[in-house]
Design a binder for this molecule. Structure first.
Ligand SMILES: [Zn+2]
Length: 684
């Protein structure tokens, strides 16, 4: 360990003394990061070396406990740095992230591929059924053994060296993919000169576009792109030309040649993943990934997606015909294009259901949605309350800190919300923990939610779209999963569960958005305070399965694309990204050009900058559990403390400390069934 490191100066080298160990953001400077990473890596390697060199017979106590206790400095700096590089990046964080990616991949390999450590874990695994071992500890042994085995700990030295090269190379390439995507997304923002071309947008959206242009020193109005292919403004912009520009700009990300082109990265990343899978004894990367998920095999995933795809594609064609009818009736005389879909869908929605989604915005003021909607639902269900802590500083002035307490006043943790978009923030919305609960480490919980809501001009309210409100409820569901963790080992804390299970709690939390008591509490007109008219609410419910053909199809297309890239074997040579995409989508009947995939490969961050590689199917996989759970809440009286406590105790608090499907059975009283999902999405 470098002795030049001075813990009285570098704030990462000791636990924070702030409430809930909140990182001391005000004291953190750029030069602290690399120093703390180097120190943290060296520290953890020394801790592992001590475990491995222990002359005593391997036991749970002398192997797994110190392993779980290792790496606290690295954890501390990584949580803060990667939060910053996602939420408020700059040239410094970009450069450091690229520098760190191979170092951290190599570090992880140094641990996962340590033969001495693996043989100790294997030996503890052999004697795991020792009397007196509690269930969580037993599961810890199982998980470590499986993870190390899948990571290649049992390979020969030569194969391990190859594996290390793959991992290092992949981490560099996926980081580069993400950086290219952010740069291309910013570059492709659509500049509109004449305000008349923004007809259809709300006043607040227009002022946000003017603000965005000004921030970049441009004249006119700038529409920033969002991560998916489809943009929320496509539903309201009346100019076909601007709609086309917006959709085309989204779809052009990563395929324009030049420095930010992601096509070669897509090819190389998928090829390297296939080769790595072969080295580890699997037919494909998808087989390798699903082996350690609740799905277990790519065929199980294909079976599920294949069951849904034909009905979704068929429903989308029915919707398409309806949209064309509207265009024809208006005498416009053109054929529906992809950039018209959302616009005419909105017209059908208004004509058939009389639901005007832009008319809802005035009822969705951010602060009310957060406090009187999202927080309120959690209070009703779990008894928890939220107190603003303006005295606690986060990483950006827009990021606000709330203290969460139980009904009896006992502490739960801190919740940080950073809702506004900026050029330095990656697209999408997400939850990440800064500090994760663990009884072993005696750590509290600090979790964050990030969104990309356009910031209104000074003095104007932030009015959310229907989808943004839904996203806030969703991300907050992840936050609760983190906040309610009741585990001993840090490995199992909160959202540290299988990837194809992790979306389930957040999806369930979406149900409270339109729950009558919750909605009545938050959906009030920002000027008049009037509640959202009941008939509007009824019509929203009536239109629930409307346009589900489109949304299910665009999602399934992306999920199948992700599987296709990762089901290729190591010997398959793919040379053309566009061709591969087209044939993969045609193979499952999701090649309707009017329903573009939610993400095309070159801007499919979930799958190519990692996190959801061969795992984008997870959302619909976990939605089976979600729909089944919503039914349970509904059958049992909905928003009650009793229901909330059961969900918290048997599911949210469990984190990853037991088999998630077992936890589900314990909560639901049986396994999940698929029918509620089919009903919800109109796929019967
Ligand atoms: Zn989510």
């Amino acid at each position: 360990m470098a002795d030049s490191v001075n813990s009285s100066v570098n704030p990462f080298l000791a636990p924070s003394t702030l409430p809930y160990q909140l990182p001391p953001f005000a004291d953190i400077r750029d030069e602290h990061y690399r120093e703390a990473f180097d120190h943290g890596i060296a520290e953890q390697l020394a801790e592992i070396a001590l475990i491995v060199s222990n002359p005593d017979e391997p036991t749970f106590e002398n192997t797994l406990l110190p392993l779980e206790r290792s790496g606290t400095t690295l954890q501390r700096v990584a949580a803060v740095f990667f939060n910053k590089s996602s939420s408020d990046s700059n040239d410094f964080t970009n450069a450091l992230e690229e520098e760190l990616a191979p170092l951290l991949a190599a570090h992880e390999d140094a641990i996962r591929l340590d033969p001495g450590l693996y043989s100790r874990i294997a030996s503890v695994h052999e004697q795991r059924e020792e009397p007196g071992r509690d269930a969580e500890s037993l599961y810890l042994v199982e998980r470590y053994h499986t993870e190390f085995t899948l990571a290649g700990a049992g390979l020969s030295d030569a194969d391990k060296a190859t594996l290390r090269d793959y991992n290092k190379r992949l981490s560099t390439l996926t980081t580069r993919f993400e950086k290219n995507l952010l740069a291309d997304t910013n570059e492709l923002a659509v500049l509109v000169d004449d305000v008349a071309d923004l007809d259809g947008l709300a006043a607040g959206e227009i002022s946000a576009a003017a603000e965005a242009a000004k921030e970049r020193g441009l004249d006119g109005y700038l529409i920033g792109l969002v991560l998916p292919t489809s943009h929320p403004y496509l539903a309201s912009l009346t100019s076909r030309e601007v709609r086309e520009r917006l959709l085309s700009a989204s779809a052009a990300r990563g395929i324009r040649g030049g420095a930010h082109d992601n096509r070669d990265l897509v090819l190389e990343i998928s090829r390297l993943r296939a080769e790595r899978a072969r080295l580890l004894g699997f037919d494909s990367h998808a087989a390798f990934v699903t082996a350690d998920e609740t799905a277990k095999t790519p065929d199980a995933v294909a079976g599920m997606l294949g069951r849904l795809a034909p009905a979704a594609a068929r429903n989308a064609r029915v919707e398409q015909a309806e949209l064309q009818k509207i265009i024809d009736a208006s005498g416009a005389g053109f054929e529906l294009a992809a950039w018209d879909w959302a616009f005419y869908t909105e017209k059908v929605r208004q004509a058939t259901y009389d639901v005007d989604t832009s008319a809802m915005r005035p009822y969705f003021e951010l602060e009310r949605v957060l406090q009187d909607g999202v927080f309120h639902a959690a209070t009703r269900l779990y008894g928890v309350t939220f107190a603003p802590r303006p005295d606690l500083v986060a990483w950006h002035p827009d990021a606000r800190v709330f203290e969460v307490s139980n009904e009896d006043g006992s502490p739960v943790g801190l919740y940080i919300g950073d809702f506004y978009t900026r050029d330095s923030k990656r697209g999408g919305a997400w939850m990440n923990p800064l500090i994760s609960q663990s009884a072993l480490l005696e750590t509290p919980t600090v979790v964050c939610n990030n969104m990309n809501v356009a910031k209104p001009a000074a003095g104007e309210p932030t009015l959310l779209s229907f989808d943004e409100v839904n996203t806030l409820f969703h991300e907050f569901g992840h936050a609760l999963h983190g906040l309610f963790a009741q585990v001993t080992y840090p490995k199992f804390s909160g959202t540290n569960v299988y990837r194809d299970f992790v979306e389930f709690p957040s999806q369930v939390n979406e149900m409270w958005m339109l729950q009558p008591e919750v909605l009545a509490n938050y959906a009030r007109h920002h000027e008049t305070g009037e509640p959202m008219p009941q008939e509007l609410v009824d019509r929203i419910h009536a239109s629930a399965t409307f346009n589900e053909g489109f949304s299910t199809s665009e999602y399934l297309a992306a999920a199948l694309l992700d599987q296709a890239w990762h089901r290729i074997g190591a010997d398959t040579v793919v040379t053309d990204v566009a061709e591969f995409e087209a044939s993969a989508l045609a193979a499952v009947g999701l090649d309707n050009p009017l329903v573009p995939t939610r993400y095309a490969s070159t801007y499919f961050a979930h799958t190519f900058s990692g996190g959801y590689d061969a795992g984008y199917y997870s959302y619909i996989w976990s939605e089976v559990l979600d729909a089944d759970t919503v039914e349970w809440f509904t059958e049992n009286g909905g928003l009650t403390r009793e229901n909330g406590d059961r969900f918290r105790d048997r599911l949210l608090g469990v984190g990853g400390r037991m088999d998630p499907l077992e936890a589900y059975r314990d909560f639901r009283g049986r396994d999940a069934i698929i029918q509620p999902l089919l009903d919800r999405r109109g796929l019967n």
